[in-house]
Structure formats: C-alpha cells, structure tokens
Design a protein around this ligand. Structure first.
Ligand SMILES: Cc1cc2nc3c(=O)[nH]c(=O)nc-3n(C[C@H](O)[C@H](O)[C@H](O)COP(=O)(O)OP(=O)(O)OC[C@H]3O[C@@H](n4cnc5c(N)ncnc54)[C@H](O)[C@@H]3O)c2cc1C
Length: 286
C-alpha cells in the first residue's frame, strides 16, 4: 500500500484517478482505521487529506455557511459562526462520542461513512445542507446532501471527494435529540433533528431528519406535512411524532434494539424536539 499526503484538492483527485478503486481517502481515520486493519487487501493507495488547508476553512458568505470537509466535530461544536447560524449542527457535533473522538472525526468522514445514525448527517439533512463535490470526471458540482447520499447508496464508487458542506443561513427554530445506551463512544440508537421557520404560532419549511431507523438517514416527510402551515398545538406535535414513527421510520430489529423500541424512541424524540424548539407556543411546553 502506498501512502500520500497531497497539499491540494487537485493533487488528491489526480491520485484518485491513478489508483481508481484501490484508492482510499483518509480524514480523521476513526472509521477507515478499523476497515483498513480488518481488511487492507484491496487498498493500493491511502490518500491522507490532512495537509489540504482549504478543506479546514469555515466561512459565512451570502447567506451560506461553508464548512470544509476536514473540519472536526469539536470545531463545529465550538466555532462561534457555526453556533450562531447553525446551532442544530453545533449541538449534534457536541453530542458525538467523547472529546477524543470529536477532536479528530471530520464532517467529510461522517458523511462518507454511510452510517444511518451519523449525528452530523442527521443535523445537516434537517438543515437542508448541500455538498460541494470535487471530481475527476467533471468540475466541482453542488447538490443537496440527500441527493448525494442517494447516489452513493447505488454503490457507484466515483472518483470524487467532498470538499465542502454548504448550510443555508435562515431564521429558524431547531432541536437535536438522540438516545444512546451509553453517554460516550457509541452511535445513537435513534437521533432526531428538527428545524422550522416560525410565523407566529404556525410553522413553515419544516424539516425533520431521523437517524438509526432505516438504511440511511431519512426525512420524516409525513410528520413534516402534519406540521407545515398549520398552527402548532400539543395535539399536532403528538400527531407529527406518531406519523414519524408509524409512517416515516423504517426500523429493523438488530443486536442493539428491536424495531418496536426504535419506533417508540422516534415518537418520544420527535415530540420532545418539537417541544424544545417551540416551547414558547401556548400549550406546547412540557
Ligand atoms: C468509538 C466510536 C464512537 C463513535 N461515535 C460516534 C457518534 O457518537 N456519532 C457519530 O456520528 N459517529 C460516531 N462514530 C463514527 C465516526 O467517528 C464518524 O463517522 C466520523 O465523523 C468519521 O470521520 P473521520 O474523519 O474519522 O473519517 P475517516 O474514518 O477518515 O473516513 C470515513 C470514510 O469517509 C471517507 N472520506 C473521508 N473524508 C472524505 C471526503 N472529504 N470525501 C470523500 N470521502 C471521504 C473515507 O474514505 C472513509 O471511507 C464513532 C466511531 C467510533 C470508533
């Protein structure tokens, strides 16, 4: 296995092109490290992204927060401009693993790990984030994170990397809720991100993302429809939570929890997220 430390995105792309399916991009290594140790056979080149300074930048411009793929969970949790404009993302980042993990786990790695309960992905999907992708075959393209996750799920291993994540800056209310068996060193059993715009007692542009209850992070579109446009009430919050659990979530039994328990968690966490985000609306506060 050959090892490379490119200084620029273009250099990394040249290496991706040269080694094709034998190339692996390395960011924090918290996921890839395990995979390489357990089965390094097919890996011809390890391309460590850590020297690519432009991928470490965080900037806010023209109503968009642009976060480099190498930005760590710890930086996302503590950087003032992210905390101000994307508090949901900052909260999700602060909830990840333990501090040792947060200090090295990157947002690019979190997205590309393909885990259905990745905290940053759950929050980013609720934020309506877009990915800026740099590729060998076509110049950089920007597309909704959800679409890119769908593309990856088809199994096509493109010669491209995530360069930046774009998060739209809007006035909104938001909450992040998750359930784990232990407080640290563990993925969520279920995670819920809620984000919406307020118009008096009504909500619009409601986005709810669910982690841990399907093959990938899911949008709870049924629950979003229940809340969109109508005045929020304790009853509609409950109805949305029920819809998320019964219609939107697609959990399966596994070694950590039954599908039934995960559905129960969705009901509880979606209702809790709505209450926490919109607690000042009459009748909603817990
Ligand atoms: C003990 C433990 C606890 C954990 N707890 C949590 C948790 O609470 N919440 C959570 O969400 N996750 C958790 N994780 C999972 C993991 O830490 C995260 O998914 C992390 O963000 C991965 O980032 P990384 O930089 O370490 O990625 P790496 O391991 O370096 O890479 C992961 C994958 O992404 C690819 N990749 C990396 N960067 C890019 C890029 N820019 N473009 C294209 N592909 C790229 C790599 O090739 C690899 O396939 C945990 C992991 C461990 C080991």
């Amino acid at each position: 296995m050959q090892y490379f430390e490119p200084n620029f995105v273009d250099e990394a792309l040249v290496l991706l092109d040269r080694f094709g399916s034998g190339a692996r991009l390395l960011a924090g290594g918290t996921r890839l490290g395990f995979a390489l140790r357990s089965d390094p056979r097919d890996v011809a080149a390890l391309i460590n992204l850590k020297r690519i300074r432009e991928l470490e930048r965080v900037e806010e411009r023209d109503g968009t927060l642009r976060i480099g793929a190498l930005v760590t969970a710890q930086r996302i949790a503590t950087t003032p401009v992210i905390r101000e404009h994307a508090p949901l993302l900052a909260r999700a980042a602060g909830s990840m693993g333990a501090r040792q993990l947060r200090s090295i786990a990157t947002v690019g790695g979190n997205i590309c790990s393909g885990d259905p309960a990745s905290d940053l992905v759950v929050a980013l999907v609720a934020c309506g984030a877009r990915c800026e992708i740099a590729g060998v075959e076509e110049p950089s393209r920007v597309l909704p994170l959800e679409r890119w996750l769908d593309e990856r799920a088809t199994g096509v291993q493109a010669k491209e990397l995530i360069g930046w994540v774009h998060v739209p800056v809007t006035q909104h209310v938001a909450a992040y809720e998750k359930m784990t068996q232990r407080r640290a060193f563990e993925m969520a059993l279920v995670a819920v991100a809620f984000r919406a715009q307020r118009e008096g007692a009504a909500l619009r542009d409601v986005r709810i993302a669910l982690g841990g209850v399907g093959p990938a992070v899911l949008r709870a579109r049924g629950a979003e429809a229940v809340l969109s446009g109508a005045p929020l009430s304790a009853a509609s919050a409950r109805e949305a939570a029920r819809t998320a659990a019964e219609r939107d979530a697609r959990p399966r039994d596994d070694a950590r929890a039954s599908a039934e328990y995960r559905r129960h968690l969705v009901t509880t966490l979606v209702e809790r997220a709505i209450r926490n985000a919109c607690g000042d609306i009459a009748g909603i506060a817990s």
